[in-house]
Design a protein around this ligand. Structure first.
Ligand code: NDP
Length: 450
């Protein structure tokens, strides 16, 4: 039995109840087999056995009162996965589906993603099974204050610096930052994604979506193609989806879909970005509202579509940007995309493609940008926010965007060159995983057994 198989068997026996974590571990570990065939030092130093286990997991009660003065209780978490390269860094997710297994998959991915950026960042993830949807601003504020009251013990500008994720945007970061400051009296870069008036960075809001399109541009260029003139399917309608669409328009593509948890919009002439921002960023309304405002938009309810398939992936787009959530793109969706001529899939969401969908993309030989390469622009720009905070300065939008572009080009080069080194040109899953892993693993060896 190979080293990877042995470690994977151990994980399956121990964590059968954490399917998303097992899925992420399987994708990463098996893709790196050629590295372990070549180098024995990782097995000799027990790196895989160590890297799959978080350095620290904190689970805590978050008690708060709703607008009717009723006590509510949620489970809060922070998983500090790996600090070989720098302070822990990774987002906070507020969604009813949050549990330890989901956060472990996200935290595990975050280790390699952060390493790929080339910046000094460890990997972490956190969140709570709290649903901000339908809550008043006052309820969200009380929840965030209660969450941060406990989290404060474990975070700090050079210890662990959380950011946003699903359900955590500028509003939530603001309430959490205020509470951290109140409890510690410290005005420091403990969170990223902050408001522009109080330590936030220009271009952070745009960074994950913009970065994903820059990564896609690099992949297409390598095969002699470009973004201009192509139609694009985008899923999700939150932070990542909105700024993916904005950059696609800037580069001359036509994004024709968006989705949320209930349905999707297909608009053959192109998504109306201003209406989308109004509905999602200001009104926080579902996409049925968007359909009311855009008469040429077709709304398809997910419930009316065959189970296991999503309408977004069946509109005949040449480019696909899954930007909603994990496992949103199945093998059936991959087949629909490929059948209708898709040439590129670039992942804005974390692990949006199932393992068999990923395999289908790799076998088809299209440009496939796995999340830990393609969506790393968000965390990279968070690090730029940390840098500005530490230097008590702020940079212009163009300065930050220029650095983001450079970082995405660097990630592409690392994944591209590593894939070639291991005899699989164009396989950015293997290239990204090995390039990200090597740096962390070598640092762990140099820092000793812990
Ligand atoms: P938002 O909360 O802003 O938006 C999430 C979007 O995805 C919404 O449209 C939401 O629909 C939809 N969605 C969420 N859960 C589900 C579900 N179970 N089924 C269908 N649709 C769903 O989050 P972000 O845009 O920030 O994050 C999107 C993805 O990108 C996540 O995977 C996140 O981990 C990843 N990511 C985000 C980064 C960032 O900087 N924000 C950085 C790197 C990765 P609805 O409103 O109906 O719930």
């Amino acid at each position: 039995m190979s080293y990877v198989q042995r470690v994977m068997e151990g994980l399956r026996a121990k964590y059968a109840y954490q399917p998303e974590f097992l899925q992420a571990a399987e994708e990463v570990l098996f893709s790196m087999q050629p590295l372990f065939d070549k180098e024995s030092k990782y097995e000799e130093n027990g790196i895989l056995e160590r890297i799959v286990v978080p350095e620290r997991t904190v689970e805590f009660r978050v008690a708060w009162t709703d607008d009717k003065n009723k006590v509510q209780v949620n489970n809060g978490y922070r998983i500090q996965y790996n600090s070989a390269l720098g302070p822990y860094k990774g987002g906070i997710r507020f969604h009813p589906s949050v549990n330890q297994g989901i956060l472990k998959f996200l935290g595990f991915e975050q280790i390699f993603k952060n390493s790929l950026t080339g910046l000094p960042l460890g990997g972490a993830k956190g969140g709570a099974d709290f649903d901000p949807k339908g809550k008043s601003d006052a309820e969200v504020m009380r929840f965030c204050q209660a969450f941060m009251t406990e989290l404060t013990r474990y975070v700090g500008a050079v210890i662990d610096v959380p950011a946003g994720d699903i359900g955590v945007g500028a509003r939530e970061i603001g309430y959490m930052y205020g509470q951290y400051k109140r409890l510690t009296s410290r005005y420091e870069g403990v969170l990223t994604g902050k408001g522009l008036k109080w330590g936030g960075s220009l271009a952070r809001k745009e960074a994950t979506g913009f970065g994903n399109v820059y990564f896609a541009e690099n992949m297409l260029k390598a095969v002699g193609q470009e973004i201009e003139g192509k139609t694009a399917a985008v899923s999700g309608s939150g932070n990542v989806a909105i700024y993916t669409i904005q950059k696609l328009y800037e580069l001359g593509a036509r994004p024709v879909t968006v989705s949320d948890s209930k349905g999707c919009i297909y608009q053959p002439n192109g998504i109306d970005l201003e209406v989308l921002k109004q509905v999602k960023e200001q009104e926080r309304a579902p996409l049925t509202r968007y359909a009311e405002l855009c008469k040429d938009a077709q709304y398809v309810s997910v419930a009316d579509y065959p189970a296991g398939e999503h309408p977004v992936w069946n509109v005949g787009a040449q480019l696909a940007f899954p930007s909603a959530t994990q496992n949103e793109l199945t093998l059936a969706d991959a087949k629909n995309l490929l059948f209708k001529g898709c040439v590129l899939v670039s992942e804005g969401a974390n692990m949006p493609s199932t393992l068999d969908a990923t395999k289908a993309f790799l076998e088809a030989g299209i440009c496939y940008g796995p999340a830990k390469c393609a969506n790393a622009g968000g965390v990279a720009t968070s690090q730029l926010e940390m840098e500005q905070n530490a230097g008590m300065t702020s940079w212009t939008f163009d300065e930050v965007d220029g650095k983001l572009k450079g970082i995405m080009a660097g990630i592409f080069k690392a994944a591209h060159d590593t894939a070639e080194e291991f005899g699989k040109p164009g396989n950015y899953v293997m290239g990204g995983n090995i390039a990200g892993f090597r740096k962390v693993a070598d640092s762990m060896i140099e820092q000793g057994v812990m």
